[in-house]
Design a protein around this ligand. Sequence first.
Ligand code: NDP
Length: 446
Amino acid sequence: MNDYASRVLNGLKARNPHETEFLQAATEMLCSLTPALEKHPEFEQAGLLERFVEPERILAFRVPWVDDRGVTQVNRGYRVQYSSAIGPYKGGLRLHPSVNLSILKFLGLEQILKNSLTGLPIGGGKGGSDFDPKGKSDREVMAFCQSFMTELYRHIGADVDVPAGDIGTGSREIGYLYGQYKRITGRYEGVLTGKGLSYGGSLVRKEATGYGLCYFMQNMLAANKRKLSGATVVISGSGNVAIYACEKALELGAKVVAMSDSSGYVHDPKGIQLDVIKQIKEVERGRIREYARRVPGSDFTEGSTAIWNIPCDIALPCATQNELDLESAIALVRGGCYAVGEGANMPTTLPATEYLLEKGVLFAPGKAANAGGVATSALEMTQNSMRLSWSFCDVDAKLKEIMAGIFEKAADAAESYADCATNYVMGANIAGFLKVADAMMAQGIC
Ligand code: NDP
């Protein structure tokens, strides 16, 4: 890391000593930027990095709601409006008990680079709450969402800040949030993405992150004389990203042998039956252990980390941050894995990433590989402004093209700046950063 980046990182550590996830994401980004910073000494003069890592605005608010027993509950809501250099703030809302500012700032920082890589005019943001939708009734989820939006509505807008889904925020939650926004403001506008198809949603949005991940993998594998077809794949998670990554991987001829949730993982050597997973997860909102009860020949193991001990060609971590540590990376390499694609945000720890790169494993970083979700969200925004709905084929074709473009940008930047032309981590960070940096330089100190 060069002196300038290192001073900025030390400043962040001094100011945010307890924000471990945020510091991890900032360290990864700043380490990668060295060659670009050396080419652009004017960035230091303009305090560009100091401004880049500091969110433009952080909103934190109380979210009171009443549960089914008539008891008042209070959660904490947040929106981190990180960067509007290249477009309105854009990024999901996470509903999970672990949510805190460190996690939202790490996600927001990643989002700036990811959104830039899509080539679309969207800035970076992230938000959410420590509310846990799991085990709550629909009425409780609605009460929470209405209260959350009663504060958030004044800070967002179709040209200001456009939130979307993330962990714990699916179509049900987006529907309740949208209904409340419309009720308070009286405006029917594309203020949220991931909406239902009957009220302004886009075809392919539900599938976009998982499909986009597979499209990115196709491009990366092809550039390295490998392919998805015929590969054995392990996918962690069984939520939105994991399910549609599995669907596309199967369609492209891969065999998926394991999936997980936070309680454990199922291993099905004959190949995961996705219709059973969808029934359990999307229809029944059940636990993944149920799969092993329904599908003979499969088994369930308590605890999700040992999923990486299953031998595979390709690993797709699609659950949550830091789920793939050094020990898991070693197990993957031992099991013959030659490619890892991050469907989740920062699922791989820094030591694990370094180990995989060192071992020559092809590594697709989340900010590039999982950008299909936000890219399709931006296409939803376009359709909303135009008052049009594009067909599934049209949106899917645009998604494919965008993912190919993202791979090309990451690969070109790796080729130009990194020691190793397949260091797509460095390539994605530099390509994403330079576009935003250019806009920030043009806009002056703000
Ligand atoms: P969901 O809430 O739909 O699914 C999350 C899945 O991960 C669930 O199966 C959950 O299990 C599982 N999970 C959570 N924690 C763990 C853990 N410690 N070990 C194993 N499994 C775990 O979220 P998404 O699929 O939307 O998001 C997954 C990841 O992808 C997140 O990092 C998100 O930020 C990222 N992402 C999502 C995008 C989107 O469009 N949705 C876009 C880009 C990135 P359980 O049900 O037991 O909690």
